[in-house]
Each structure stands twice: as structure tokens, then as C-alpha cells.
Design a protein around this ligand. Structure first.
Ligand code: S3P
Length: 172
């Protein structure tokens, strides 16, 4: 952020189960900023993600998500986006000019993390294969919006959060 009058922001993007919420919460605590998870905002306003997908389709979910991202950026803080937010051109445009951290993770590391369900795009026989395919399809969009990239496959979430805090402080 270059304009001191703008709210301080740090946005986390990355594939499903990359650790965006868990790391984002830790980063926010250290930086003493509010933490906003845009998926949680959408759920609290419109009901569960599977039910939104089922009743209104993915396009409708992306529009609700874009609106939640816009409001979160206006408020400021550490903001975690859902894995597919970057597929929406309007959301990508909103992220321009903001510091964006891209969290990557390997398919091997993600297997346990996605076993919990609740992600309609992973429904089917082999969630890891599906997850990998979706990540590959979106990688270009993540790279497009990212200011910096951290991998979450091997190191504890707390250590990754510390690295992100150090990077963010370096930007000031
Ligand atoms: C999605 C990721 C989910 C959630 C929704 C769609 C996606 O968020 O927004 O299920 O398209 O990758 P997480 O990345 O927090 O799982």
C-alpha cells in the first residue's frame, strides 16, 4: 500500500487447503490487524457453500465472493480468500495494488487436509486428483495477482506466518 490514507491490507490466496485461514489468523494476530475470511462472510450472509453451489451455481457464488472481497479490502486487515476467488476477473482487478501472498502446497501434503469435505468442487472419487487438476488450471491466475509466494507443504504454519510477517514489514 502506497497511500497512507488507505487501510492496511494483506491478502492471502492459494488453492483449497493451502492454509490460508490458519496462517492468515496467525499473521493478523502478530500484525495486530483484523482477520477477515471472505468464505466465512459469504456463509454467514448466505448459508453454506455447498448449498449456494447447489441452489444457485458457481457463478452466483463467485459474485457473492467478489462483493465480500470488495468490502473486506475497504475495511482492511489480513484477508483470506477462497481458493477459487482468483478465477473471477472482477476479483482479480480488486486485488491490484494490494500486497497479495500466494500460498502453495503439494498434492501429497494436501491429502489429509482435504479429507474433511465441505468443498463441492472436490466431490467425487479422487479428491486429490481433482484438487491437483483445479490447482493447475488456476496457477496462472494466482501468479498474476501474487506479490510473493510461500510454500506451506513442509514447515509448521506458525513458521510460515512469521516469514510472511517479516516480508510484510519489509514492504513498509
Ligand atoms: C473453492 C474454495 C473454497 C470455497 C469454495 C470454492 C474453490 O475455499 O471458497 O468451496 O473454488 O477453490 P478454501 O480455499 O478455503 O477451501
Amino acid at each position: 500500500m502506497t497511500n497512507g490514507a488507505e487501510p492496511l491490507t494483506l491478502v492471502l490466496v492459494g488453492p483449497m487447503a493451502a492454509g490460508k485461514t490458519s496462517i492468515g489468523r496467525r499473521v493478523a494476530r502478530t500484525l495486530e490487524l483484523p482477520f477477515i475470511d471472505t468464505d466465512k462472510r459469504v456463509v454467514s450472509e448466505h448459508g453454506s457453500i455447498p448449498s449456494i453451489f447447489e441452489s444457485h451455481g458457481e457463478g452466483h457464488f463467485r459474485a457473492l465472493e467478489r462483493s465480500a472481497v470488495a468490502r473486506a479490502l475497504d475495511e482492511g486487515g489480513v484477508i483470506s480468500l477462497g481458493g477459487g476467488a482468483v478465477t473471477d476477473a472482477g476479483t482479480r482487478e480488486l486485488l491490484r495494488e494490494h500486497p497479495v501472498v500466494f500460498l502453495t502446497v503439494s498434492p501429497a501434503a494436501v491429502a489429509d487436509r482435504i479429507a474433511t469435505g465441505g468443498r463441492p468442487l472436490l466431490d467425487g472419487d479422487d479428491p486429490v486428483v481433482r484438487w491437483t487438476q483445479i490447482f493447475e488450471e488456476r496457477r496462472g491466475w494466482y501468479d498474476e495477482v501474487a506479490s510473493v509466494t510461500f510454500d506451506t507443504s513442509r514447515r509448521p504454519m506458525q513458521r510460515i506466518a512469521e516469514d510472511i510477517v517479516a516480508w510484510r514489514r519489509d514492504q513498509e
